[in-house]
Write a protein that binds this ligand. Structure first.
Ligand SMILES: [Zn+2]
Length: 249
C-alpha cells in the first residue's frame, strides 16, 4: 500500500467523521425545532397585535358588556383579596365585564331572559389578561385550580364568564350551595347533596346559559364559556388598555 493511498484513506475517514457529525447535528437541530412546543405554542396577542386582528375581523373585538347590559352587578373577586389566592390579582378598581362581542351579545340574551323571571346577573370574573393567568400559575401550579399558561384559559380568550343569580327585589345572591371558587365536590353540577332549592337555582342558571350557547363546566357551577369553532387567541391586553379601546363604543 503506497503512502499516498494511505493518506487518502485517512483524509476520507476524517472527512466522513465530519460529514457524519454535521448530519447528526443537523438532524438534532431539526428535531429540537420540531418539538411539541412548536405545535402547541400558544399564540398570545398583546395590544397592538390584538388591534391588527380586530381591524381585519371586527367580530373578534372585545366589548364592555356593562354598556350592553346595564343591569349586570359587578363583583370581580380578583380585584379584591376575597378570592382563593388571598391576593389581589387585578387592579383594585377593576369593575368591567370585558368579553368578545358575540359572547357579550349572548350574555345579554341570557340577562334579558332571566330579568323576566326576576333575576339579575352578578359577574365574578370575565376576560382575564394572560399575565394574570401566569401569576396564578406561579402562585398555585396546580392545573385542578388554575389554567396552565401553556394552554391559556377561556377567560384569556374573552369567551368565559363566572357568574351567579341575584334576586331582583331583595338584591341578594341566590343560594347556589357554595361560594364562587369553592373547589370542593359541593361545587360540582353532579353533586346531589344540596337541598332542592339550590339544585333548582343552579338549573335555572344552567338551562338559560345553555339555551343561549354557553357551555357549563362540571366542577364549577359558576363557570360558563361560549366556544366558537375557530378559537379566539389568548389576549394579554390590560383592563386599562381595554377601557381606552372600548371608550367610544
Ligand atoms: Zn371561570
Amino acid at each position: 500500500m503506497s503512502q499516498n493511498f494511505l493518506n487518502s484513506i485517512l483524509t476520507m475517514t476524517k472527512y466522513s467523521h465530519f460529514t457524519l457529525l454535521a448530519l447528526v447535528l443537523t438532524l438534532w437541530l431539526a428535531k429540537v425545532n420540531a418539538q411539541p412546543a412548536d405545535r402547541n405554542r400558544l399564540q398570545v396577542l398583546e395590544k397592538k397585535a390584538y388591534q391588527v386582528a380586530v381591524n381585519s375581523d371586527p367580530t373578534k373585538r372585545m366589548v364592555d358588556a356593562n354598556k350592553l347590559i346595564p343591569s349586570l352587578i359587578m363583583e370581580l373577586r380578583y380585584a379584591t383579596r376575597n378570592n382563593f389566592t388571598g391576593k389581589r390579582m387585578y387592579p383594585s378598581l377593576s369593575n368591567n365585564c370585558y368579553l368578545r362581542e358575540g359572547v357579550a351579545l349572548a350574555l345579554k340574551a341570557v340577562s334579558d331572559s332571566l330579568l323576566k323571571k326576576g333575576f339579575h346577573l352578578k359577574i365574578f370574573d370575565a376576560y382575564r389578561p394572560y399575565a394574570v393567568t401566569v401569576r396564578f400559575w406561579n402562585l398555585i401550579r396546580d392545573p385542578r385550580y388554575v389554567a396552565n399558561p401553556n394552554l391559556g384559559s377561556e377567560h384569556n380568550r374573552g369567551t368565559a364568564v363566572d357568574l351567579t343569580l341575584v334576586d331582583g327585589h331583595s338584591g341578594k345572591e341566590i343560594d347556589m350551595g357554595t361560594d364562587f371558587d369553592d373547589f370542593s365536590e359541593a361545587a360540582h353540577h353532579s353533586y346531589g347533596g344540596h337541598k332542592a332549592e339550590v339544585l333548582e337555582n343552579r338549573k335555572t342558571l344552567k338551562e338559560t346559559m345553555e339555551h343561549f350557547g354557553f357551555k357549563s363546566l362540571e366542577t364549577e357551577w359558576w363557570h360558563y364559556s361560549r366556544p366558537i369553532p375557530d378559537r379566539y387567541p389568548v389576549l394579554n391586553v390590560s383592563f386599562k388598555a381595554l377601557a381606552v379601546l372600548t371608550a367610544k363604543d
